[in-house]
Ligand binder design. Structure first.
Ligand code: G4P
Length: 283
């Protein structure tokens, strides 16, 4: 499966990121907790120029907790601060605010000593498309402004949102691109729905997912679709059984594999199939 995604925008996006990073003190990098490797840009470390960084493992509600724990350790060993977030319900957002303070403590102190009492520290959110940046920013602004009042301001042509009296957030997130040279990255992002389905073959994706689930989460698959033993079945036969059990029959009494694939993918992406992480630390 050959997946192409926004190639024309990549250079422009990188330039924008580099410009904006000069203006901030801390970067909040969003990663999808279901694919913590594929949903990162490996150039991020260079682009951020050693600025303090908070790794937010977003969509934590959809990810497998035990695999997440391993990724937390992995990132912490690399020296990052990690926060688990569900941007939909706001879980973990307060921790992001306190981590921002923690990472900028020295800067805030230095500013105070210089008499710059009201000089805010500045943060930006960055991540690949669909990782949840807008949802996250909305929740972050909502939480913080509940106490302080949300006052957007214009500085040097950029819009800043006042989060607390001494933290400001750049209102436009930095958009990065995933590492597309790696075919598996494209497949993983397609599986979680970060690449539009109209350019992909949903049936092919469903078969890849079934193969993975058979090897890693077979209980969820069996339970959700009331399947008997699938160990000896090929993915296509599993998909047929899903279609049969859901009564997805086309004219001519054929099983509608297309519909079965759509249902499986939807239920996986929305967490109905259970909490599933596609990647393993270090792989
Ligand atoms: P982006 O700005 O980085 O491109 O991402 P955006 O916020 O638009 O979020 C992409 C999708 O991910 C949205 O779903 C959003 O609701 C969902 N999302 C974001 N954070 C979380 C999270 O922590 N948990 C879960 N389960 N979902 C999250 P959508 O289907 O495109 O839109 P909608 O149907 O939710 O409105």
């Amino acid at each position: 499966m050959n997946i192409q995604w926004y190639p024309g925008h990549m250079t422009k996006a990188k330039r924008m990121m580099q410009e904006n990073i000069k203006l901030v003190d801390v970067i909040i990098e969003l990663i999808d907790a279901r694919v913590p490797i594929s949903s990162r840009n490996p150039d991020m470390d260079n682009i951020t120029r050693n600025k303090p960084r908070i790794i937010v493992l977003n969509k934590i509600d959809l990810a497998d907790r035990s695999k997440t724990e391993a990724f937390i350790k992995w990132y912490e060993n690399k020296g990052f601060s990690v926060v688990l977030v569900n941007s939909k319900n706001g879980k973990g957002i307060n921790q992001v605010i306190s981590k921002t303070y923690e990472l900028c403590k020295d800067k805030i102190e230095r500013n105070k000593k210089r008499g710059l009492i009201n000089k805010p520290v500045r943060a930006m959110v960055a991540g690949i498309p669909n990782v949840g940046k807008s949802t996250f920013i909305n929740k972050l602004v909502g939480k913080a402004s509940a106490k302080t009042g949300n006052k957007p301001g214009v500085t040097k042509g950029k819009q800043w949102i006042k989060l607390k009296k001494d933290i400001e957030l750049l209102d436009t997130p930095g958009i990065l691109w995933p590492k597309f040279e790696d075919k598996q990255v494209g497949i993983n992002l397609a599986l979680i729905g970060s690449i539009k389905d109209d350019i992909l073959n949903i049936e092919e994706l469903a078969l890849i997912l079934i193969e993975f689930l058979k090897a890693n989460y077979s209980d969820q698959l069996l339970k959700r679709y009331k399947l008997a033993n699938i160990e000896d079945l090929e993915p296509i036969n599993v998909l047929e059984n899903i279609g049969k059990n859901r009564n997805l029959i086309k004219s001519g009494n054929e099983i509608d594999l297309g519909k079965a694939a759509i249902i499986l993918m939807d239920e996986f992406r929305n967490g109905i199939l259970g909490k599933i992480t596609l990647e393993t630390v270090g792989l």
